[in-house]
Design a protein around this ligand. Structure first.
Ligand code: ATP
Length: 787
């Protein structure tokens, strides 16, 4: 049994109160807090002055005063107790209650330079964990952060999407929020990241009382699991710590709010009124207990989301602390008195905290106790009849211990794996926060369902095809991929992409031929079918630090122009949140960045010039190639015409058989896209069509060359083209391939070793016997066209 610990904290006057010449109405002495009603009749002391005693009365009204209580003092009193609870396996809860602007957020979260309870508690947890891990104790810590706004629950660790999460009740574990993000955190930096993500998502709106007033309740929850061996006995405890920053407790009219604000106030009051009712009912329960007449009271936990979720913390299995924050000014007398009364009532709540031990571990401990008692009994009374019982218990205890150790080892292995991969759950999603540099494949194939991520090695990571003579670290297939396409060298925290000569590699839309440094978020094209985004978590973390954000433009988007940078500077100057010195600091940084950028732009210009030259050269070569190709076409067409002429039996429509490519079409998807040619065949006894892709023609050519040697080698076969999937190549190829087939048949017909040269007419069987290429159904079964 433990009563709720209650502390009161008074803050300094705020600007508004100073401007109003507000009078100080709070007095504190030891544990006592007094409040003066300046408007009451001076002679009626009981109305003029009221006094309350709490576990702590914190005077934080003036930091220059010796007795001023700092954030550290509050942590030393209350925060350390929460940390101890976690390590002892108790649940704990700290909630801050008070009028808007009275200092709840300051006490719970604080500011970066003056941290409050939540960051201090988390920091201390990790410090103590690292000490304990030296003793072989292992831990698992998860955090979640939610907000209750207008009785709706929002996940603060997920990007804002206005979805309200449902509160459910587990028969054993009690109320919980379904689908809430829980982040596995392994160091204080992780927690800090979660806190700042959550804080930036909190719903805030201004009221007349506090310009940055929070109108919602926020609950930061730490689930702390600790396991190890204590004097050789397994031990595993779970502790849940709720750290709650409640919304302003004032009545809606006190803030002169109206409309939407008033509606919010009504909702907030619903939660707070229910909290009040729960506290009152619990206080009645404990008073009736103390007076020896136990009455049953209905505790309205379910009347609000807040009280339902905090059920265990109020009158249940938890050590709970309430911090009531108050204003020192006479203008807030009513609200401050109401807060003090609320806090005074909370003192009476009695909780029943118990150590949350793993049930199996508890059983093991109990068995061990029984075993030692049995042994003692057997020894003192020479009871050999108990031996079987002892063996049975020992065996059961051994079995349970092994089972527990295996389970824990397995859980730790999964954790380690998740940590290495950076996997974490975010609501219904899974987020991969890898801390190593990696490539994420961006796939345009509509049939792709998985997400591919390639980690880069320290040193060299080679990328190529599986046909490469040297095994490649990352093997890719598809158009334009070279066997050894490129290498990414990751050294001293810097990744550099080295394209192999002739490989098609683009970086942020620029074709590169020499090594280029990769920067966070850049896009890489390899061949014609592969696009990747490069992520370097270490660099991203650096860039995230405010003053280095401009480097992103410098490193990554060389295409940014100077006016763009100037615009971004203008935008920055318009940013209202930044104070002057910050702006000045950033202006200097920007200036420096601009200088660096200009230097890099010069380098870039130089590169662009050489690229333009290379491009012109390429154009020239292309023209030459086209001319050559044209001449080759002409010669092939004329040769095919001569074939047509010399082969009346094959080429003539009216003749007994004919081979003709009548059409071509694009088939397949993504990297499998290719052209197929429709070959119409007519022999003396049949007619049919077959679909063949270019590579099948090439296979035919190779097999014929192997069979009939020089006579086939001399037939000109259309060469491999880089842009094989373009329409113009397909069109030209159609003619070339047809001419090739006719020439092949003609040549082989005159070769005595060939089945075509038997002297009779060419029938379907003779042709298929000559090559299965002509057989319908062969190669035509692939999902994406002929295989
Ligand atoms: N103990 C304190 N010492 C110094 N400044 C304080 C203290 N408590 C509060 N303040 C200051 O008072 C202002 C209001 O405090 P805070 O935002 O914490 O109020 P709040 O009760 O959380 O308000 P809300 O209900 O809007 O969340 C802040 O500027 C804060 O820095």
């Amino acid at each position: 049994m433990a009563s709720v610990k209650v502390a009161v904290r008074v803050r300094p006057f705020n600007k508004r109160e100073i401007n109003m010449n507000a009078q100080l109405i709070i007095q504190m002495n030891g544990k006592m807090t007094g409040i003066i009603n300046t408007k009451a009749n001076a002679r009626d002391e009981s109305i003029r002055y009221k006094e309350f005693t709490f576990d702590h009365s914190y005077w934080s009204h003036d930091e220059k005063q010796l007795e001023n209580v700092s954030q550290e003092d509050v942590y030393n009193d209350l925060g350390t107790e929460v940390v101890d609870c976690a390590f002892q396996g108790y649940n704990a809860c700290v909630f801050a209650y008070g009028q808007t602007g009275s200092g709840k957020t300051f006490t719970m979260m604080g500011s970066p330079e003056n941290q409050g309870l939540i960051p201090r508690i988390c920091k201390a947890l990790f410090e103590k964990m690292s000490e304990n891990s030296k003793k072989g104790i292992t831990h698992r810590v998860q955090v979640s952060y939610l907000e209750i706004y207008q009785e709706r629950v929002a996940d603060l660790l997920r990007n804002r999407d206005n979805t309200s999460l449902k509160v459910r009740e587990h028969p054993k574990k009690g109320p919980y929020v379904q689908g809430l993000t829980t982040c596995l955190v392994t160091n204080y930096g992780h927690v800090e990241e979660c806190m700042s993500r959550g804080n930036s998502h909190r719903t805030t709106a201004s009221t007349n009382m506090n310009d940055v007033s929070s109108r919602s309740h926020a609950i930061f929850t730490i689930t702390f699991v600790q396991a190890g061996y204590c004097d050789g006995v397994p031990s595993e405890t779970v502790s849940k710590i709720h750290l709650v920053d409640l919304a302003g407790s004032e009545r809606a009219d006190a803030t002169r709010a109206s409309g939407q604000r008033l509606k919010e106030g009504a909702h907030i009051n619903k939660s707070l009124v229910t909290l009040g009712s729960v506290i009152s009912a619990l206080a009645e329960v404990s008073l009736s207990d103390q007076n020896g007449y136990r009455k049953s009271f209905f505790i309205p936990y379910r009347d609000s989301v807040l009280t339902w979720l905090l059920k265990d913390s109020l009158g249940g299995n938890s050590k709970t602390i309430m911090i009531a924050t108050i204003s020192p000014a006479d203008c807030n007398y009513g609200e401050t008195l109401s807060t003090l009364r609320y806090a005074n009532r909370a003192k009476n709540i009695i909780n029943k905290p118990t150590v949350n031990e793993d049930p199996n571990v508890k059983l093991i401990r109990e068995l061990r106790n029984e075993i030692s008692k049995l042994k003692a009994l057997m020894f003192s009374e020479h009871r050999s009849d108990m031996l079987a019982q002892l063996h049975e218990k020992e065996a059961r205890e051994k079995e349970l211990t092994e089972e527990w150790a295996g389970k824990w080892r397995e859980a730790q292995a999964i954790l380690r794996e998740q940590r290495a991969l950076g996997l974490r759950k975010s609501g219904p999603g899974v987020v991969l926060d890898s801390d190593r540099p990696h490539l994420v494949a961006i796939d345009d194939d509509p049939l792709t369902t998985g997400v591919t991520l390639y980690h880069l090695k320290e040193g060299k990571t080679s990328i190529g095809t599986e046909d490469s003579e040297v095994k490649q670290d990352i093997e890719l297939r598809g158009a334009g991929m070279e066997p050894q396409h490129c290498v990414i060298v990751f050294q001293d925290g810097v990744a550099t992409l080295h394209p192999q000569p002739g490989a098609y590699v683009m970086l942020n839309n620029l074709l590169i031929e020499s090594p280029a440094r990769l920067s966070q978020g850049c896009i890489i094209f390899l061949g014609k079918a592969h696009v990747f985004r490069f992520n370097d978590p270490a660099e991203a973390a650096e860039l995230r630090k405010g003053d280095k954000i401009y480097n992103l433009s410098r490193l990554n988007l060389l295409s940014w122009s100077t006016p763009d940078l100037a615009n971004s500077m203008e935008n920055l100057q318009h940013s209202q949140d930044m104070d002057k010195s910050d702006l000045e600091h950033q202006r200097i940084n920007l200036e420096k960045d601009r200088e660096d950028f200009e230097k890099e732009q010069e380098v870039f210009e130089e590169k662009r010039r050489s690229l333009a030259e290379a491009q012109a050269k390429l154009e020239e070569e292309k023209k030459l190639l086209l001319r050559e190709q044209f001449e080759q076409n002409q010669s092939m067409i004329s040769s095919s015409q001569s074939v047509y002429r010399s082969l009346p039996s094959i080429a003539n429509e009216n003749a007994e058989h004919i081979i003709q490519i009548i059409n071509y079409c694009l088939r397949g998807a993504g990297s499998q896209t290719h052209y197929e040619y429709e070959v119409r065949i007519r022999t003396v006894d049949d007619r049919w069509s077959i679909l063949r892709r270019y590579s099948r023609f090439r296979d035919l050519h190779l097999s014929m060359k192997a069979k009939y040697g020089n006579i086939v080698s001399s037939i000109s076969f259309p060469s491999k083209k880089f842009f094989a999937n373009s329409e113009s190549v397909a069109r030209a190829r159609k003619q070339h391939l047809e001419a090739y087939l006719l020439r092949l048949l003609e040549t082989c017909k005159n070769n005595s070793n060939c089945p075509l040269a038997y002297g009779g007419p060419i029938t379907k069987n003779v042709l298929i016997n000559f090559s299965p290429f002509f057989q319908k159904g062969v190669f035509e079964i692939g999902k994406y066209g002929t295989c």
